[in-house]
Ligand binder design. Structure first.
Ligand SMILES: [Zn+2]
Length: 301
């Protein structure tokens, strides 16, 4: 019996087209911005909605499932035929800082989407589900608290955050409702740890102004234990390395961003600490950036 993955890996032209599609889609999403001439897409805004709609359309085109959770995170799915199968999650964040690089976070979502599309198209099926997540908020640009999307998924949402307001005075609770989310149902975003196989994220870090400077402050792979196996990490000043390359303009309704914002979940922007998604469990929140050759294999496999 032919192995669909081996066949797929041998189809170099098809893979090259897929890579080109990822790059084109990064450009397309970069155009969904509240700042003319720069990338700015913050949580629960019209730009966030348009971005989720665009990525949902690509998921549909690939024959994959899609849904939006009560925190505004976008999910895609490639289902296993096995009943009760756990899920492997791929993805990253779809929000940006002001004047962001167009690959930061976005590349991780689009790589996952393309991989799932290729696997689905090749007829590959696994004894586990593959889920794609596009977190609605990692950067904390609008409400001044980071990692809100993954905090909801980790089940560690703090109800006090509902009262956070952007610079226009819109509270997080009101913004969620305007986005079609039910703040009272935020707990339904949580994924049970025993239903999860792992989490894999490819992430390019780009600080504000990186789109103009062409700079990447770090690049890595996070896997289940959330170790960012980082290379070319020139963003010291915080493990996530969001270092400003120039004055960061302010997104409409958002907060001005200064320097590193790779803070711990829910921490104010500018608070330095371990970054990464809030994770699927307390273990996953203990992120650790190391300078190592990138290797995303699951330990023991
Ligand atoms: Zn990022």
């Amino acid at each position: 019996m032919t192995d669909p993955i081996a066949t797929l890996l041998g189809e170099r032209e098809r893979l090259a087209r897929a890579a080109g599609r990822i790059m084109e889609r990064c450009d397309e999403l970069a155009a969904i911005s509240s700042l003319p001439g720069a990338v700015c897409r913050t949580y629960l805004t019209p730009e966030h909605r348009r971005c989720n709609e665009r990525v949902s359309r690509w998921l549909v085109d690939a024959g994959l499932g899609h849904r939006q959770d009560q925190a505004g995170n976008l999910w895609g799915s490639l289902k296993s035929d096995r009943a009760g199968a756990p899920s492997l999650i791929l993805g990253s964040h779809l929000d940006t800082v002001a004047d962001a690089g167009k690959y930061d976070g976005i590349l991780g979502v689009l790589l996952g989407l393309e991989a799932m599309a290729l696997l689905n198209g090749a007829g590959a099926r696994f004894p586990f589900h593959i889920d794609l997540v596009g977190f609605g908020d990692e950067e904390g640009t609008r409400f001044g608290a980071t990692l809100l999307g993954s905090r909801a998924v980790a089940g560690t949402w703090d109800p006090a955050w509902f009262a956070l307001a952007d610079t226009d005075g819109t509270t997080l609770a009101d913004a969620l409702e305007a986005f079609g989310c039910d703040p009272d149902s935020i707990g339904r975003c949580s994924r049970a740890e025993d239903e999860l196989l792992g989490y894999l994220e490819v992430h390019i870090e780009q600080g504000p102004g990186a789109g103009r400077a062409g700079a990447v402050t770090g690049c890595g792979v996070r896997h289940r234990r959330c170790e960012a196996l980082s290379f070319d990490d020139r963003g010291h000043g915080g493990p996530r390395g969001h270092r400003a390359h120039g004055a960061a303009p302010r997104c409409p309704g958002g907060r001005r961003r200064r320097g590193c914002a790779g803070g711990s979940a829910g921490a104010p922007v500018g608070d330095r600490g371990h970054g990464g998604p809030a994770g699927m469990s307390p273990r996953l929140r203990q992120c650790d950036t190391r300078k190592l050759p990138a290797d995303g294999r699951y330990p023991g496999r």
